[in-house]
Design a protein. Sequence first.
Length: 73
Amino acid sequence: MRKFFKILISVVITLYFSATMFYCFVAGTPDGGKGAVIYMMSAAGLSILFPAFTCGCIHYILYLRKKMDERRK
C-alpha cells in the first residue's frame, strides 16, 4: 500500500508540474497557422518529458540508495 501511495504522489506531482509548464509555454503561442499547432505539440511534449524525467531520476536514486544499504548489511 505504501508503494502505491509513493507512485500516486509521484504521478500527481508530475502531472501538476506538466500542467504548469504547459500553461507557461502556451501563454506565448503564436497566432494561428501551422506554427501554432507545432508550437503547442512541442510544448506538450516538453512539459510532460521534463517533470517525468526528473521524477524518474529521483526514484532511481532512491532505488540505488536502498540497494547500497542492503549490500552494507
